[in-house]
Design a protein around this ligand. Structure first.
Ligand code: CTP
Length: 411
């Protein structure tokens, strides 16, 4: 799961030989889809040029107050940033931050911003060990600033000890981790994904075009939000997301059995699978041979997994998906009532959206509310969907109303 995609990261670069490593960090952040703006301290420009960061970030780089063209640039940047990382953070910059100074443009932005602040100290080992630096760091940590590193090893000055800036890959990970919401921490989620296959005979099946991408993206987003995720998946060409327990199934009945075997103590159930509504009444034991003339395949309703789970006595909070070709909101609301679930995530199929695509667009409907999630990669939609589920779930924990009650009200 790429938590950095589309995120706005302000990278502060202060004076130190490690500043060159921050150029690599900008490259990694951009590759992860983050939007990066760089603000350097005047001391940093003695080590790396603004032009280097400008080329890598694709954005104007600011160094000192003369770069604050409108006089309000520092406020605009402070508001723009979702995260600020100062890397390298020199002893002097840490002192400035600890004392709330605003003499450099970077220090002023840090002071004016409400975004979480991360710092990656880099300095001579004696400076790092000095009581003044220790005090400044302790003060910053008390205020919630995340300190990344430093690493220990050989230093540019020839000494050996703590004070090397953490590697760009580690800083990338720290930024990514800082976006993991933790909003579903301690909860167990069961998620279905992908298509099902209903056997006609040993070599043929009825299936559908679902790639499983949306369900897998939701599983990753839920995992990143701190949930324990069990993914019940139909046949797909996707690897099991790391940290997610996956069970592979074929038919709707197998999917139902796997879900029911895991539903105890499940807090939230998300049915993202495209389950067959009908299955052959009597799958043939041997391959069906070609015959002259027409052939009729008799179908019977397949079990409805979402409706079955929603009807359980001790049921989890349930979310269903709906793929529609018309009247999206109407069908979504009807489906929510009909299946007796808390939320439906509906999307229109066709026009390059829906099955087997990387992008999607969703309308989320719940009792008394709705939210439109604009067209975006499924990974980003999944994060927004999980956030909405976390909001509604935590709210529902403080009230007693269930979808069954909603149905009574509207009857
Ligand atoms: N679903 C399910 N088991 C089924 C069919 C659907 O769990 N046998 C779930 C899907 O995972 C999805 C939701 O129910 O979350 C909606 O599925 P959909 O097939 O769109 O709804 P239906 O009730 O089958 O309505 P229709 O096909 O008429 O639109």
């Amino acid at each position: 799961m790429n938590l950095l995609d589309g995120k706005r990261v302000l990278l502060g670069v202060s004076g130190g030989i490690a500043a060159y490593k921050s150029a690599e960090l900008v490259r990694l952040l951009r590759a992860a889809g983050a939007l990066v703006r760089v603000v350097m301290t005047p001391a940093a420009s003695g080590f790396v040029t603004a032009r280097t960061f400008q080329a890598l970030s694709g954005e104007v780089v600011r160094c000192d107050w003369s770069d604050d063209r409108t006089g309000m640039d520092h406020i605009e940047l402070a508001r723009w940033a979702e995260r600020i990382l100062v890397a390298p953070a020199s002893a002097d910059t840490l002192a400035c931050l600890a004392h709330g100074r605003a003499d450099t443009l970077l220090a002023a932005i840090c002071l004016a911003s409400e975004a979480p602040l991360l710092v990656a100290p880099a300095m001579n080992q004696a400076m790092w060990r000095h009581a003044a630096t220790r005090d400044n760091l302790a003060c910053l940590q008390r205020r919630g600033v995340q300190v990344c590193g430093p690493d220990t090893g050989e230093q540019a000055c020839g000494e050996v000890g703590p004070g090397r800036m953490q590697a760009p890959e580690m800083l990338l990970q720290a930024l990514s981790d800082s976006f993991a919401s933790g909003r579903l921490a301690g909860l167990k989620l069961v998620i279905t994904a992908g298509p099902t296959r209903e056997a006609v005979d040993p070599v043929r099946f009825l299936g559908n075009r679902s790639s499983g991408k949306m369900g897998y993206a939701v599983a990753r987003a839920a995992r990143d939000a701190g949930a324990r995720v069990e993914l019940v998946s139909g046949p797909v060409a996707l690897a099991a997301p790391e940290g997610v327990e996956r069970v592979l199934v074929e038919s709707g009945q197998e999917m139902l059995d796997a879900v029911l075997a895991r539903i105890t103590a499940c807090d939230i159930f998300i049915a993202a699978a495209a389950v067959a509504d009908y299955r052959p009444v009597a799958p043939a034991a041997q391959k069906i041979k070609k015959q002259a003339g027409e052939w009729t395949l008799q179908l019977e309703p397949a079990p409805d997994i979402l409706a079955t789970v929603a009807a359980l006595e001790n049921r989890p909070w349930c979310v269903g998906f709906a793929a529609e070709t018309e009247q999206l909101e109407l069908h979504a609301r009807k489906k929510r009532m009909h299946k007796g679930v808390e939320m439906i995530a509906a999307n229109l199929v066709g026009d390059g959206l829906g099955f087997d695509t990387d992008d999607n667009e969703l309308l989320l409907v719940w009792e008394g509310g709705e939210r439109h999630l604009a067209r975006a990669p499924k990974s980003r939609l999944a994060v927004q969907l999980v956030e909405q589920i976390a909001d509604l779930y935590s709210h529902s924990m403080t009230t007693d109303e269930t979808p069954a009650d909603d149905a009574k009200h509207s009857a």
